[in-house]
Design a protein around this ligand. Structure first.
Ligand code: MTE
Length: 319
């Protein structure tokens, strides 16, 4: 069984199912010039890929890249994407039929240059970087995932936010024909999430266009998603179609449906329990049934980089 092979310090070629890994490497050609430039060094070695273009001020270690990566198999089959159903297996089962090309991402609101980006525009904007981030789900599990993308700020700068742009609202695709979950009123559709502008402009906030060296599988939010590693996973909106820069704090889908359970910030915080369960520890997906739970870190371990965004704020109140 594949999971039994999973252990620390083994190359991706063994962590990921061999066949999937090989075919996904060949897929890199479809990701655009930036990805090809980044991919070239990987193609010549079987060693685990490392970020080729780290952010200036943040070392790869701080992204979590020294931790054992969750296998591609787990990353792409244990998912939350409620548009396709609430079972962890539903997104993989249903999402592949969702058309992800052509795709338009509209950015509007408090910006000087509103515009729509297609996938080629997004891929051409900047070389893709690999960033291995921890993803901590509010449900109490976590993964370590090598994403491909770049800082969201690079995209937002293109549209020149005005001084009134205080918050950034992300709206994701709602395609009733392909998304059986939309028939359930479990959430306000389309799924929306939001960040404060300084959170959105923080270099760690990532526009994700790929994972494990290739395009995003549909169930992981193809073709373009958000990854905000210091916040609970639900802030990382998948399959984004619209970004609005706004002056007033918007309510996200989760805030609208359960305001007593989900606040705007949703920063990972082991000291602030969810009203129905503790957030002190987490289960690392793929670590095995008997692996001890991991102690959850404040800001998911990215506090050195992001704590200053919240200085002076009561983290128990603004959660
Ligand atoms: N985005 C959309 N559009 N719909 C969703 O249901 N679920 C969120 C987030 N983004 C969700 C979404 C939750 S709860 C989590 S934990 C992460 O996606 C999971 O991302 P992954 O399946 O790629 O690990």
């Amino acid at each position: 069984m594949y999971l039994l092979k999973y252990k620390a310090s083994i190359p991706d070629s063994e962590i990921t199912d061999e066949q999937v890994w090989r075919s996904r490497r060949t897929l890199l050609g479809g990701l655009g010039a930036g990805a090809i430039a980044l991919a070239a060094p990987w193609a010549s070695t079987r060693a685990a890929p490392s970020p080729e273009q780290p952010l200036k001020h943040i070392s790869p270690e701080q992204w979590g890249s020294s931790e054992t990566r969750t296998s591609f198999s787990d990353v792409s089959s244990y998912n939350n994407f409620y548009e396709f159903g609430t079972d962890k297996a539903d997104p993989k089962r249903h999402a592949s039929k969702m058309p992800t090309r052509p795709w338009q991402l509209q950015i509007e609101g408090e910006v000087l240059k509103p515009r729509s980006f297609d996938l080629d525009d997004l891929l051409a904007l900047q070389s893709l970087e690999e960033r291995v981030y921890r993803l901590r789900c509010v449900e109490g599990w976590s993964m370590v995932i090598p994403w491909l993308g770049y800082s969201l700020s690079a995209l937002l700068k293109q549209v020149e936010p005005t001084a009134n742009a205080k918050y950034v609202l992300f709206e994701t695709a709602a395609m009733p024909k392909y998304m059986p979950g939309l028939r359930s009123p479990i959430l306000n559709w389309p799924y929306t999430e939001a960040l404060r502008i300084d959170e959105a402009m923080h270099p760690l906030a990532m526009l994700g266009l790929g994972v494990y060296g290739a395009e995003l599988p549909a169930q992981n939010g193809a073709p373009v998603r958000l990854i905000v590693p210091w916040k609970y996973g639900f802030k990382s909106a998948k399959s984004i179609v619209r970004i609005q820069l706004v002056e007033k704090m918007p309510a996200s889908s989760w805030m609208l449906v359960a305001p007593h359970e989900y606040g705007f910030y949703a920063n990972v915080n082991p000291d602030v329990p969810h009203p129905r369960w503790s957030q002190a520890t987490e289960r690392r997906i793929g670590a095995g049934l008997f692996a001890p739970r991991i102690e959850t870190q404040l800001f998911n371990g990215y506090g050195t980089e992001v704590a200053a965004l919240y200085s002076g704020m009561d983290l128990a109140r603004f959660c």
